[in-house]
Ligand binder design. Structure first.
Ligand code: OGA
Ligand code: NI
Length: 369
C-alpha cells in the first residue's frame, strides 16, 4: 500500500493526530522522507564513525557495585568527573539483571508493533489513562521539522496505578525498571550533592527525584537518515535520567568548544555496551550545583538499517518543588548563576517551546551585565 497525501497537513494528521506514527508511515512503504521531516541544514547529522568516540566515560563504564567496596572513593571521583565534563557516563553493575534489560527492549518492540488503533487510545487528549501518553516527535506542533520517532510516556504515581493504567505490553517490566532506576538515581544524586559539601535531608532528596517517568522511544528505519533526526538536540529537564539503549547506536552527546584546551565543538557517539545503562544529568543538577555539574546536550541520529528502541527513566523534582542553586554553592561562587523556579514552571516552559539545545536553561539564567 502506498499512501498519497494532498498536503503536509493531511500527512501530519495521519502521523501525529491519528496515531499512525512514523512507524505507520514507514510500514506504508514510503521510499523517501516527506518534507515535514526534513531538518534545516544546521540540524542535520553527518554520517559518523559508528564505533564511537574514545571519550573515556562513554567507552569505559563505571562499575557502580564498587561503591560498596574499597574503590568507593575512586568511583565517586569518576562519577563527579563525568558530571562536571560531559554530563554523561555509562554504568554497569547497576542493580538490574540482564534479563530485565532484554525484557524491556522486547516489551518496547511489542508495544510499537501493535496496530495504530491499539496505540492511538493513548494519544494526548483522548488517552484512556491520565498517566500514559503516546506521541510522535516531541513538540510536534512547534517543531520546524518533525523528529523521526514515536514514543510512549508513562508517569509513575504508585504501583497500583501503574499496573492498572500502563499498557499491558510493558507495564510489569517498566515498573521494575522505574523502581530500580529511581533507587540508583537517588544514590547518584546523594553522591553528587555531597561532593559539593552539602548533606541534604532524606525528605529533600526524595522531593528532588519525586516525579518519575518511564518512556519507550521507537525510531523506525529511515530511508534518508542524512535529512532527519531521531531526537533533536536537547538536554533533559530531569534531575538525572537513566537510559537503556539497544545495540543499534545513534545517541550522541555534544562536547563544547574549549578554546583553552584547543578543542573544537563536536558530537560524539555513545556506543552501545551490552548490559550497560547510560546515565545523564538533567538541567536540575546543573541549576542546583550553580553550573558546577553539566546537563549533557544530546541528540539521536536515524539509520536506514534497523529500527531502534531506547528506554529512558527520568527522575525529576516534584512539580511543586522550588529549584535553585544550593546556598552553600552560591556562597562559594560569589553569586547565583540561576534564579529560583518552581519546577512545574520550568517544565511548562520546556514543553511549550521547540527544543533548541540547552536553551531551556536560559529561562532561569541570571544575565550578568
Ligand atoms: C530522550 C532521549 C535518547 C535516546 O528520550 O530524552 O534523549 O537514545 N533519548 O533515545
Ligand atoms: Ni533526552
Amino acid at each position: 500500500m502506498t499512501l498519497s497525501f494532498e498536503d503536509g497537513n493531511s500527512l501530519f494528521d495521519f502521523v501525529v493526530k491519528d496515531g499512525n506514527g512514523i512507524k505507520g508511515l514507514v510500514d506504508s512503504g514510503i521510499v523517501e522522507v516527506p518534507e515535514i521531516f526534513i531538518q534545516p541544514l544546521d540540524e542535520r547529522i553527518e554520517k559518523v564513525d559508528e564505533k564511537g568516540s574514545k571519550e573515556h566515560f562513554l567507552t569505559v563504564p563505571i562499575d557502580l557495585s564498587k561503591l560498596d567496596g574499597p574503590d568507593h572513593d575512586q568511583v565517586v571521583n569518576d562519577i563527579v568527573t563525568a558530571a562536571k565534563t560531559l554530563g554523561f557516563f555509562q554504568a554497569i553493575n547497576h542493580g538490574m539483571s540482564l534479563d530485565l534489560l532484554e525484557s524491556l527492549k522486547d516489551a518496547a518492540h511489542q508495544f510499537f508493533a501493535q496496530p495504530p488503533e491499539a496505540k492511538a487510545v493513548y494519544l494526548k487528549g483522548v488517552s484512556r489513562s491520565p498517566l500514559v501518553k503516546y506521541a510522535t516527535s516531541f513538540t510536534a506542533e512547534k517543531d520546524k521539522a518533525l523528529e523521526w520517532r514515536d514514543y510512549v510516556s508513562m508517569l509513575y504515581t504508585h504501583d497500583g496505578d501503574a499496573l492498572e493504567h500502563w499498557p499491558k505490553e510493558c507495564k510489569e517490566v517498566a515498573l521494575d525498571y522505574m523502581k530500580l532506576s529511581a533507587k540508583m538515581i537517588r544514590r547518584l544524586v546523594e553522591i553528587l550533592i555531597r561532593n559539593l559539601g552539602v548533606n541534604l535531608e532524606d525528605s529533600r532528596l526524595e522531593a528532588l527525584i519525586g516525579l518519575k517517568i518511564v518512556n519507550m522511544n521507537y525510531y523506525p528505519t529511515c530511508p534518508n537518515p542524512e535529512l532527519t533526526v531521531g531526537a533533536g538536540r536537547h538536554s533533559d529537564t530531569s534531575t538525572i535520567t537513566m537510559l537503556l539503549q539497544d545495540d543499534i547506536g545513534g545517541l550522541q552527546v555534544r562536547v563544547e568548544e574549549d578554546i583553552v584546551a584547543g578543542r573544537k565543538e563536536e558530537w560524539i557517539e555513545i556506543p552501545p555496551i551490552p548490559g550497560a545503562l547510560v546515565v545523564n544529568l538533567g538541567d536540575v543538577l546543573q541549576i542546583l550545583s550553580n553550573g558546577r555539574y553539566k546537563s549533557g546536550e544530546h541528540r539521536v541520529r536515524t539509520t536506514s538499517k534497523q529500527s531502534r528502541v531506547s528506554i529512558p527513566a527520568f527522575c525529576s523534582p516534584r512539580p511543586t518543588e522550588k529549584i535553585g542553586p544550593l546556598p552553600q554553592q552560591v556562597e562559594l561562587d560569589g553569586g547565583p548563576l540561576y534564579r529560583e523556579v518552581i519546577f512545574q514552571d520550568y517544565m511548562t516552559h520546556f514543553l511549550g517551546n521547540a527544543h533548541e539545545g540547552k536553551n531551556c536553561l536560559d529561562f532561569v539564567k541570571i544575565n550578568k551585565i
